[in-house]
Ligand binder design. Structure first.
Ligand code: FES
Length: 157
C-alpha cells in the first residue's frame, strides 16, 4: 500500500525538526503501512532535518523495518536442517500454492507476506511455521489452509 500524502504528512509533521525522533517516526510509518516507502523516507529526512543517507542507514540497520511492501499477515516457514528433513519444503510449497506467491514475496492484495528462514531456534518443534507471531509446531502442508483461515479470523477481531 502506498501512503496517501496527507497521511504521511500528518505522521511526520509532529516530529518536525526533532532529529532524535528518527527511529520513532520510522516505527510509526512501519506500523501504519507495514513498510517504509521511498517517498516516506524522503519526507522524514526533510521534516526532521536529517540527511537522507542517515535515514536509510537507520532504516536498513534494524530488522523490524522493511524497505519492501509487507502484507497485513506474515507467514514465516523454517527451512533449517531439522525442519527441512521433517518436511519443511512441502510446508513452504503449501503456503506458496495457497497464496500464489513465492518466499520473499507479498500477495498483490497486500494481505500476506511469505518468508523463509534458516532456523528459528526451536528445532524440537520441526517443521515449524510462524504466522503473525503464532507458532505452528509439526506443521504440515495439509494444515496450511486452516492456519491461514485462523490468521484471517484473528485479523478481524
Ligand atoms: S531448523 Fe527449524 S527451528 Fe531449527
Amino acid at each position: 500500500m502506498r501512503p496517501p500524502t496527507s497521511e504521511l504528512e500528518a505522521l511526520t509533521a509532529k516530529y518536525r525538526g526533532r532529529r532524535q525522533a528518527l527511529i520513532q517516526v520510522l516505527q510509526d510509518i512501519q506500523d501504519r503501512f507495514h513498510w517504509l516507502p521511498p517517498e516516506a523516507l524522503e519526507r522524514v529526512a526533510a521534516d526532521l532535518g536529517v540527511p537522507l543517507v542517515q535515514v536509510y542507514g537507520v532504516a536498513t540497520f534494524y530488522r523490524s523495518f522493511s524497505l519492501r511492501p509487507q502484507g497485513r499477515h506474515t507467514c514465516v516457514v523454517c527451512l533449517g536442517t531439522a525442519c527441512h528433513v521433517r518436511g519443511g519444503q512441502a510446508v513452504l510449497e503449501g503456503f506458496e500454492r495457497r497464496l500464489g506467491v513465492g518466499a520473499g514475496q507479498t500477495t498483490p492484495d497486500g494481505a500476506y507476506t511469505l518468508e523463509r528462514v534458516n532456523c528459528l531456534g526451536a528445532c524440537a518443534l520441526a517443521p515449524l511455521a510462524v504466522v503473525d507471531g503464532r507458532y505452528h509446531a509439526r506443521m504440515t502442508e495439509a494444515k496450511v489452509g486452516a492456519v491461514l483461515a485462523e490468521a484471517e479470523e484473528a485479523g478481524k477481531a
